[in-house]
Structures are given as C-alpha cells and as structure tokens.
Design a protein around this ligand. Structure first.
Ligand code: CCH
Length: 286
C-alpha cells in the first residue's frame, strides 16, 4: 500500500507488469492502451454521456459490448496494482496504465491528471455500439470521432495507435499485427500504409481485411478497412502523409489527442481538480 496520491509508486508497478513473456508479443502494453481508449471512447459531447470516469466497463452493460472483447486481459494484468494501491480508482488506473505503457514502448509523454472516480452514474451510461467498427469507411470514422469532439487531424493522429499490438480472431474477428515490431511505438503504421501494396483477404471466418505478405517477415501484416480509408480520404490523407514523413510531428499530435481523449467528459476547476468529488487528486508527468 502506498500513500494516497503517490502516482509515481503506481506507475513504477505498472512498468513492472508490462513484460509478459507468455502473452502476445511479450508485452501487456498494447492491450492496456486499448483498454484506456475504449473506456474513454464511448463519450458523446452532445449528451455528455460515456467517457473514462466511472470505469463502467467493469460491468456487463458496458463491458459486455462486443467491441470490448479481450479487454479483460488488460484488467486482469492491472488487478495486482489495484490491490496494492487500493486508493486509486479503476478509472484513474486504466488511463494512467496507458500513459505509462505508451512511454515505456518508446512513445511520447502524455499529460495525465488524476481524479476520476469509480462511481457509475447510470444517467451517463453509454449505449452499446459507440466504438468504431473496423469493417467500415471514412464516414463511419467521422461519425464516431466527431461525436467525441475530435477533428480530422486528431482522428488520424489517434489512429496511429495501431503501431501497437495486434488483432485477434477470437476478439474482433480480424487477425494479425499492423507493423513488424508491434511493441515499439513509432510512425511505421503510416509509412507502410502508404508504401506497401495491401491486398484484400477474406479470413476463414468470412471477415475481410487487407494484408501485406513478405517472405522476410515472420507473419502477414494487416490493415483494417478503416485504416486504409484514411489514406484515400481527401482530408485524412494529407495527415497520413505528414505523419509518415515526420515522426516528431506525429508524436506531438498523438500526445495531445490522446491526452484529450482521456479527459473527455471530465470537468475540472482551474486547479485541475474534478468538481464534486473527494477522490485522490494529482498528476503524473514523469
Ligand atoms: Fe484500435 N483496434 N481501432 N485503436 N486498437 C484494435 C486493436 C487496437 C479500431 C479497431 C480495432 C483506435 C481506433 C480504432 C488500439 C488502439 C486504438 C482491433 C483489434 C480492432 C478491430 C482488437 C482485437 O482483435 O484484439 C477502429 C475501427 C478504430 C477507429 O476507427 C484508437 C483511436 C486507439 C488508441 C488511441 C490498440 C493499441 C490495439 C491493439 C490491442 C491489442 O490487444 O494488441
């Protein structure tokens, strides 16, 4: 048990659990990033519902959305940290874990502020189907991300998270990693999206995705229809090209957009404290 508010101690324990030799590509990092994104990405600006506050994914109403299949792995990885530092809310732990994991995987530092609570406000419960469907195209991506209040530039930057991790047939129906080194954050996703010749492939479960096959690689690389929709779109496309050429620009824009994602629906006063909660306050910028 650490002192309430000692986020450095929590971050240190998150770092220790990232190395998971038996899991996927040897790291818990990518699935932790996805956990934070799905906890926050249900937000709707117009109705002020959804978002990371409340950690609603612990319960069936939100957790049972088929888009969240597989994220129990991330929650299980984090459980010993929660047990040890019981003062931290799940909502803070999940978002902090992504920030720590991104940095440890070579990504940018993301500004993170504490204060989320685990109180599930039923009036803020997001309906199912708020998260994106990889089989769709640019209109769908805009529909989902505009609802949260993101711009086209921010949408492309956030999509760069697919530099990490892989798709699992038993979770989403899609299969494979996007890049050859999926535990290292970089702008490779944008480079290969534009440089490689992607071929449509129908998997044995009938799901369609795009693949790139190269004998020098251990396995096929994959792209979702939504990933490749970014290249062709006249507003998204130029950002894909920019991020492919300029890693620093991508890191800077990704850090800002991901920081914004984690704050969706959270109202703070001028000191950064969340209004009307008595939860532990603080931040983590190390
Ligand atoms: Fe994603 N993502 N994502 N994604 N995602 C999947 C996996 C990851 C879409 C679909 C999928 C973002 C946006 C989108 C990650 C981060 C982000 C999978 C495979 C699908 C499908 C899941 C499986 O089978 O395990 C779609 C569609 C969109 C937008 O249109 C955004 C935004 C982020 C974060 C900023 C990460 C990381 C993964 C890898 C997870 C893992 O387990 O390795």
């Amino acid at each position: 048990m650490s002192k309430p508010g000692d986020f450095e101690a929590v971050a240190a324990d998150i770092k220790k659990l990232l190395h998971q030799p038996e899991y996927d590509d040897g790291s818990a990092g990518p699935v932790l990033v996805r956990l934070a994104w799905h906890s926050a990405g249900t937000y709707c600006a117009e109705t002020d519902t959804g978002g990371s506050n409340g950690a609603g994914m612990r319960y069936e109403a939100e957790g049972g959305d088929e888009a969240n299949a597989g994220l129990q792995h991330a929650r299980v990885f984090l459980e010993p940290v929660k047990e040890k530092h019981s003062w931290i809310s799940y909502a803070d732990l999940w978002t902090l874990a992504a920030v720590v994991a991104l940095k440890e995987m070579g990504g940018p530092q993301i500004k993170w502020l504490a204060g989320r609570t685990d109180y599930v406000d039923d009036s803020k419960l997001p309906p199912r189907g708020r998260l994106p469907d990889g089989a769709q195209g640019a209109d769908h991506i805009r529909f989902i991300f505009y609802r949260m209040g993101f711009t086209d530039q921010e949408i492309v930057a956030l999509s760069g998270a697919h530099n990490l991790g892989r798709m699992h047939m038993d979770r989403s129906g899609f299969h494979g990693p996007w890049v050859p080194n999926p535990t290292r954050f970089s702008n490779t996703y944008f480079k290969i999206m534009t440089d490689y010749d992607w071929k449509e492939k129908t998997l044995e479960n009938g799901v369609k995705q795009f693949v790139y096959v190269d004998e020098d690689l251990d396995e096929e690389l994959a792209m979702l229809p939504t990933d490749l929709a970014l290249v062709k779109d006249e507003s998204f496309g130029p950002w894909v090209q920019k991020y492919a050429k300029d890693k620093d620009l991508f890191f800077d824009h990704f850090a800002k957009a991901f920081g914004k994602l984690l704050e969706l629906g959270i109202q703070r006063d001028a000191n950064g404290n969340i209004k009307n909660t008595d939860n532990v306050k603080g931040g983590y910028h190390a």
